[in-house]
Write a protein that binds this ligand. Sequence first.
Ligand SMILES: [Zn+2]
Length: 260
Amino acid sequence: MYTTIPTCIVCPTCGAALDWAPGTPTHAVDCRSGHRFPVHGGVIDLLGAPRPQSIAAWSNEWRITAWAYERLWRPRSLSILSGQPFPYSRELPAVAAAIPNDAHVILDLACSNGLYARTAALQRPQATVIGIDRSLPMLIDAQRRATAAQLAITYVRADARALPLATASVDCTLIGGSLNEMEDLPRIWAEVTRISTPTATFYSMHLLRTGAHSPRLLGLGGITLFGADDIPTALTHAGWSLTDRQQTGIVQTIRALRRS
Ligand SMILES: [Zn+2]
């Protein structure tokens, strides 16, 4: 449910702004150079055919995964992984608190069903909220949930290693659990830093390999578990200052501020 495409979303081929393609309202977008991309279920697809590279990424391409993920797994996941009660009522207020009051553009990166994007849209109703993921079934489910909740969120299918977002355009980036599934993290840091404004904030919830409840299964299928200092160190090297760091079992949350 949106009528204009946020100006920070750009053509992945030439970098120009995108708009609804003439004669195909809400079914395609194009740039002024004529590069055209389809829209499926309200999701702008800038990626083309699915090309997941790990088992975890493949499972996200399945419709059943999209259906089950937020209905069955996600509400219980942090309690199971941390070994103590960790419901949404504990997780999401921390996400909301990480969003600055003056954030105009908020990105939920690798958003799955858009849990953090909806949290952002509820917290900052006037802001532009964008959710990006590689899985079309997940994104279509996310769009459906946003529409049902009457939240204006723009969902885009794209690769986190080559974000179709203008340089210095995003005020706050949120990542909920997806760093563990991403390939080529140095490129992710470079892209997140490129798209961020000079005073941008960053929030990530991700899983560590330390702790008493570290499940061996997660080491399989393209999920990487981090050491406790891995993400803080990478962020610091990418030009960010850590402002908060929490750990509950194997669940770590990080807040950071860009050093301009
Ligand atoms: Zn173009």
